[in-house]
Design a protein around this ligand. Structure first.
Ligand code: PXL
Length: 282
């Protein structure tokens, strides 16, 4: 039985079904222990909500790390999502050095932009630091907006061609990332996909699912969590990328007809399918 442990650094948005409130249950449902380091506490996410509260926890992070070190606790993977500021981006290297095994994985979801726009409060300096962090990662999970911002390429929101996608991937690879899962690719109407790139082989593999709805908040975080859980259970990057894509489709299907649920996806309804698929031995 595998017994991997993942540490995830990202915010707690108390309401809104994103970041730690989805990472913890989803990775746990994959049968993988999840250690959380909360980067900030917000009343809601900053997406469609206004008037949210934010408590930045940057000053607490070194103390949390130091305590874990004193306890001799060390993890198999560090997965980072939404970070509150540049100091936290810089802290990731420190965390990796101190609490992740030597052959442990750093998975970075840049979690800073979508639909052609940066999230509230971020600027080009944040983007360039995030590009630096992606360069040090074993696996990155950007969407098209984040990829275009980090590579200085134009953002194309509509249908893509392979030339555009493969140039984005090559430029992301030049940043230094070893494996890339690029999300939100459209080659045809009604299909949305991911491209999985491995810098060792320069191979790109695609996977497409039905496109349902017009983008729902929090799906990137659900994707990253399912991907990480599956990978920690020993599935390949490509298998995990597929599993996460199918899971997100199920999350959206469970949500799309409920107009009152506009702030996130009802990932809970899709967990049984993920549990059945990813858990190898119970
Ligand atoms: O889902 C990404 C995310 C995470 N955390 C916070 C956010 C967002 C996206 O808007 O605002 C606080």
């Amino acid at each position: 039985m595998t017994n991997k442990r993942v540490c995830t650094l990202q915010d707690i948005s108390c309401l809104g079904q994103c970041s730690i409130t989805v990472a913890l249950p989803i990775i746990s449902a994959c049968g993988v222990e999840t250690i959380i380091m909360p980067a900030a506490v917000l009343s809601t996410h900053t997406g469609e909500f206004t008037g949210y509260t934010i408590r930045d926890l940057s000053d607490d992070l070194p103390g949390i790390m130091n305590h874990w070190m004193k306890e001799g606790q060390i993890f198999d993977c560090l997965y980072t999502g939404y970070l509150a500021n540049i100091t936290q981006i810089e802290f990731v290297s420190e965390l990796r050095k101190n609490v992740i095994t030597e052959d442990g994985l750093l998975i970075v979801d840049p979690a800073m932009a979508d639909n052609g726009r940066l999230y509230a409060g971020f600027d080009s300096e944040f983007v360039s630091h995030m590009a630096g962090l992606c360069g040090k990662a074993d696996i990155i999970l950007p969407n098209i907006t984040e990829a275009s911002l980090m590579t200085g390429m134009e953002y194309v929101g509509g249908l893509h061609n392979t030339d555009y996608i493969e140039t984005l991937i090559n430029r992301l690879s030049s940043l230094g990332a070893k494996k890339i899962v690029l999300k939100g690719i459209y080659f045809e109407e009604d299909k949305i996909g991911v491209a999985v790139y491995d810098s060792d082989t320069s191979d790109i593999q695609y996977y497409f699912t039905d496109k349902i709805g017009n983008g729902t908040h929090g799906t990137g975080d659900c994707y990253a969590a399912a991907f990480t859980g599956s990978l920690m259970q020993g599935y390949s990057v490509y298998e995990s990328a597929k599993t996460a894509a199918d899971f997100v489709v199920d999350c959206i299907k469970a949500t799309i007809d409920d107009k009152s649920h506009w702030y996130g996806v009802k990932f809970e309804k899709a967990l049984p399918g993920l549990v059945a698929k990813v858990n190898k031995q119970i």
